[in-house]
Design a protein around this ligand. Structure first.
Ligand code: ATP
Length: 374
């Protein structure tokens, strides 16, 4: 009988009712979280939301006030950091300045008394594409290269889980983007579980398979980046991941599969399934619609807008050409004096761009909007 090849699935990380309080202050409220084995997982949130504390509890650098940490089903809550099959890469790379790159990477092996390190160190330097830099000292490398040494130094110990605490925070934007793709490549190649802490939504969405959005010591929503972006469940998530254009509307009829809503004098439709609350006739809702999902048509051409699209009137307030798109802010009666609606249009010819003051119709596919609790 043939045996099935063993699949490399990586180590699942499971947090059960884990919390952390400092005196009367609760940094992390009891939290249940499962990180799938072999995935690239991001903890995303603003400063102070508890993401670093959560990471440090997984590493064993912080004792939880309650709850358990399991790695591949084994409870490690009581184990000190060095007894856990976990390594952490910090923002401050903490490389040894007096050792060259080769010896920095070899350090973990030598400490464990391993004599022949050449092949492993060589492989690891190749993995992070620093094979030619082995004999340089850390201060002779760029920030991004030093960051890759830190990753190599952590990976050489063959951790089951790699924790990354804002590892790209010290890099400039261009280098950070490069390193995001680089880390993603490395994770795919080694196939172990990566848990990455960041406050940068673009970074989380670029790299992670699954993102947990944290706010005030709690996970607000967990999901694939595209799902979080297209179907946020709270206004916090809607606003934290991109621009949301929230329109307050009255629910005229909640009985059908398409809700009938009204904002100012505009009747709007919203599929009930795109709503994260149970709407009721006579209640209120927030309709959210992403800037690139809205189209603009000059008011003179309003007759050309296809049937079945939600439409509201507006007047262009500002127009900014930023290369890949033209970004408009549009005043509209539906915002009731709140922030104008943001609209991003791609690939429009220079002479078709709308100028401030132009009267327009904003229109979108109802299925591209989402409904939130008002
Ligand atoms: P940042 O991105 O700024 O690191 P974070 O989301 O990672 O933020 P944490 O470092 O997890 O946030 O901190 C969560 C909260 O717990 C913060 O309000 C912080 O001030 C508080 N906190 C962290 N460590 C301690 C401590 N040792 N004593 C008291 N309060 C603490």
């Amino acid at each position: 009988t043939a045996t099935a090849p063993t699949e490399r699935t990586g180590t699942e990380v499971r947090l059960t009712k884990i919390s952390k309080s400092y005196g009367a202050f609760t940094a992390v409220h009891p939290l249940d979280l499962t990180v799938p084995g072999g995935s690239f997982f991001a903890l995303l949130g603003a400063s102070g939301c508890g993401k670093t504390t959560t990471l440090r509890m997984i590493a064993g650098l912080e004792d939880p006030s309650s709850g358990t940490v399991e790695l591949a089903g084994a409870d490690v809550t009581a184990l000190p950091p060095h007894k856990r099959p976990v390594n952490t890469v910090f923002q401050s790379y903490a490389l040894f300045p007096h050792l060259d790159i080769y010896e920095n990477v070899a350090f973990g092996l030598r400490r464990r008394g391993i004599k022949s390190v050449k092949k492993q160190v060589g492989d690891m330097l190749d993995l992070v594409q620093l094979g030619d830099f082995a004999r340089r000292k850390p201060q002779q490398l760029s920030g991004g290269q030093q960051q890759r040494v830190a990753v190599a130094r952590a990976l050489i110990n063959h951790p089951q889980v790699l924790l990354l605490d804002e590892p790209l925070g010290a890099l400039d934007l261009k280098l950070r983007r490069q390193m995001q793709l680089e880390l993603k490549r490395i994770q795919t190649e080694v196939g172990i579980t990566f848990i990455h802490v960041t406050h940068d939504q673009e970074e989380a969405m670029t790299m992670a398979d699954t993102v947990a959005v944290m706010n005030g010591g709690r996970v607000e929503q967990l999901g694939a980046p595209a799902d979080l972006y297209e179907t946020p469940r709270t206004t916090f998530v809607a606003n934290f991941l991109g621009t949301s254009n929230l329109i307050a509307a009255d629910v005229l009829d909640a009985s059908g599969s398409d809700l009938v809503l009204q904002a100012a004098s505009s009747k709007l439709a919203l599929p009930a399934e795109r709503c994260t609350v149970t709407p009721r006739t006579g209640g209120r809702l927030l309709i959210g619609i992403r800037p690139e999902k809205i189209s603009l048509t000059h008011a003179d051409d309003a007759g050309t807008v296809p049937d079945g699209r939600n439409r509201v009137t507006g007047r262009i307030a500002t127009s900014s050409f930023i290369g890949v798109s033209t970004q408009y802010l549009v005043d509209s009666p539906v915002t009731a004096g709140a922030a104008p609606l943001a609209v991003y249009e791609q690939n429009i010819e220079r002479d078709r761009r709308l100028v401030p003051g132009a009267e327009v119709v904003l229109h979108w596919n109802p299925g591209h909007s989402f409904g939130l609790d008002a």
